[in-house]
Design a protein around this ligand. Structure first.
Ligand code: ARG
Ligand code: ZN
Length: 422
C-alpha cells in the first residue's frame, strides 16, 4: 500500500534518469472540459498532485485542459475522469509526435546558412544554433544588427538580445521588444523570433520598412537552460532550471509566474514541484530579473511575449488586481483585431484576440501584465502561436515556416497600426 502511494504521488515532471532523454512512450494527450465548479476542483486536484503533466492549463468552466497521461494512469484514473466530464483523446502516443530523428540530426550537424536563411525554418533550432544564427545575421548585416547579452541564465548561458536599428537620422523612433522561448517547450516561439529578425533584415520585406520609424529588440531564447533541457532530457519541460533550496527534489521556476504583478496569485503555485511554480519572490529567477531590467531601461512602446499554443492574442490584465483596469484595452483590442485579420490573410489560420483571463485563464505573475502595470509600455500582448492542441508544443516542423510567416505578418500590422496612432 505504501509503495502504491509512493508511485502515485511521484511527480511526473521530475523523474530523474541516470542518462538520456525521458520518453513519452504511450503517453496520451487527454483533453478534459470542465462543466461546473466541481470539475474545476477535480482538475485543480490533478494539477496539484501532479498525476499528469498539464499541457494546457485551465481555470474557466467550458475551457479545455490538456493533460499528458502516463500509461499507468490510463485505466482507472482516466475512466473516472471520463465518467465525470467531457473528454477527448487528442493523441494516443505523445512519443510519436516527438521527432527524435530530426532532433538528433540537428544536435549533430553544423549550423549553416549557405543555402540561404529560408532553410533555417524547416527544423527547430537548439540554443547553440540560435546563437550561431543571430551571429551570422549580424555578420551579414553589420549596419543593422547588434547581438549582445543582457545577462546570464541560472546555468550561465548568455541571455541573448538582438538590436535591429537603421541609421536614418531620426532620434524619436518607437521601440518594439519581442521575447521568445520564455517557456522552454514552446519551440515554435524561438523560431518566430529568428524569423522576425530575418524579416527585419530583408530589404524586400514590409518588416524592413518599419525601421524608418521603429527600433527592435529581440530576445530569441529568454530561457536557454530550459530550452537545452527540453532538447536533451525532457521535451515537455516548461520552467527554468534553477535549484530550489526550499525543495531540492524539484527544479525550476515558471518564468511567466515570477513577475512582480500579482505574484503567487491565481493560476500560479507556491509548490516547487509545480509547473507553474512562481518562485520564492518576484524575479527570483535570473532570467526574469534580467528581462525586467531591460524592459525598465528601454520602456518599449510595444512589448510582445511569444508563447504557444492556442492561437490567441492575449491582453491585460490576466490577473485580478483590485482597482486596476487596463485603460487602453479598447485601443489594444482594435489593434489586435487588425493583427488577427492580417495573420488570417496569410494562410487562413484563425486566431482570437481578447483579455487573457476571459479567453484563456487567469494567471498571475505574468510578464506583459507587469510591464503594463508598471507603465513601461503602452501596448503589451502575449501571443499563443499554433496550434489549438492537436500537436500542441510538438508542432510538426513543416508548420514552422507557415506559422512564422503569418505571425510576422501580424506583427507588421500591429506596428503599422500603432504608428498610425502614435
Ligand atoms: N500561456 C501563458 C502562460 O500560461 C499565457 C499567460 C497569459 N496571462 C496573463 N495574465 N498575461 O504563462
Ligand atoms: Zn508559454
Amino acid at each position: 500500500k505504501f509503495l502504491l502511494l509512493l508511485f502515485y504521488s511521484s511527480s511526473l515532471c521530475n523523474w530523474v534518469r541516470a542518462e538520456g532523454a525521458v520518453t513519452f512512450d504511450n503517453y496520451k494527450i487527454l483533453r478534459v472540459v470542465p462543466q461546473n465548479p466541481q470539475h474545476l476542483e477535480m482538475i485543480n486536484e490533478i494539477e496539484t498532485t501532479q498525476k499528469c503533466l498539464v499541457l494546457l492549463q485551465g481555470g474557466n468552466i467550458g475551457q479545455p485542459v490538456d493533460l499528458a497521461v502516463p500509461p499507468h494512469l490510463q485505466t482507472d484514473f482516466m475512466d473516472n475522469l471520463r465518467d465525470q466530464m467531457p473528454t477527448e483523446i487528442i493523441s494516443h502516443n505523445i512519443e510519436t509526435l516527438i521527432n527524435r530523428e530530426s532532433m538528433q540530426m540537428q544536435m549533430e550537424s553544423e549550423f549553416s546558412t549557405e543555402a540561404g536563411f529560408d532553410t533555417v525554418f524547416t527544423q527547430y533550432l537548439t540554443f547553440t544554433k540560435i546563437q550561431q544564427f543571430v551571429l551570422q545575421l549580424q555578420e551579414l548585416n553589420p549596419n543593422l544588427v547588434k547581438v549582445s547579452s543582457y545577462g546570464k541564465s541560472f546555468e550561465g548561458r548568455d541571455l541573448i538580445q538582438v538590436a535591429v536599428q537603421k541609421n536614418t537620422g531620426s532620434t524619436n523612433k518607437h521601440l518594439v521588444l519581442m521575447d521568445c522561448g520564455l517557456h522552454a517547450r514552446e519551440w515554435i516561439t524561438n523560431m518566430e523570433c529568428c524569423h522576425w529578425l530575418t524579416q527585419l533584415c530583408d530589404t524586400s520585406s514590409p518588416a524592413h520598412a518599419l525601421l524608418d520609424n521603429f527600433n527592435f529588440l529581440v530576445m530569441p531564447s529568454a530561457n536557454p537552460d530550459g530550452l537545452e533541457h527540453s532538447w536533451n532530457t525532457f521535451r515537455l519541460w516548461r520552467k527554468t532550471r534553477n535549484t530550489n533550496p526550499t525543495n531540492p527534489a524539484c527544479v525550476g521556476t515558471d518564468p511567466n509566474r515570477n513577475w512582480a504583478f500579482g505574484h503567487s496569485g491565481t493560476g500560479s503555485s507556491t509548490d516547487e514541484c509545480s509547473d507553474v511554480y512562481c518562485g520564492p519572490a518576484p524575479f527570483s529567477a535570473p532570467e526574469t530579473l534580467a528581462l525586467s531590467k531591460v524592459l525598465k531601461e528601454q520602456e518599449p512602446t510595444l512589448y510582445l511575449s511569444m508563447h504557444s499554443y492556442s492561437q490567441l492574442i492575449l491582453m491585460s490584465y490576466g490577473c485580478d488586481a483590485p482597482g486596476l483596469t487596463n485603460k487602453n484595452f479598447t485601443e489594444q483590442q482594435t489593434i489586435a483585431n487588425k493583427a488577427v485579420q492580417a495573420l488570417h490573410d496569410v494562410h487562413q489560420t484563425t486566431y482570437e484576440a481578447g483579455n487573457s483571463k476571459t479567453i484563456l485563464y487567469e494567471a498571475c505573475g505574468c510578464s506583459t501584465d507587469w510591464a503594463l502595470a508598471e507603465n513601461l509600455c503602452k501596448y503589451a500582448y502575449t501571443y499563443e502561436l499554433r496550434d489549438t492542441g492537436r500537436t500542441g508544443f510538438l508542432l510538426p516542423e513543416d508548420q514552422i515556416a507557415p506559422t512564422c510567416d503569418e505571425t510576422s505578418a501580424s506583427v507588421v500590422t500591429m506596428c503599422t497600426e500603432i504608428l498610425k496612432r502614435n
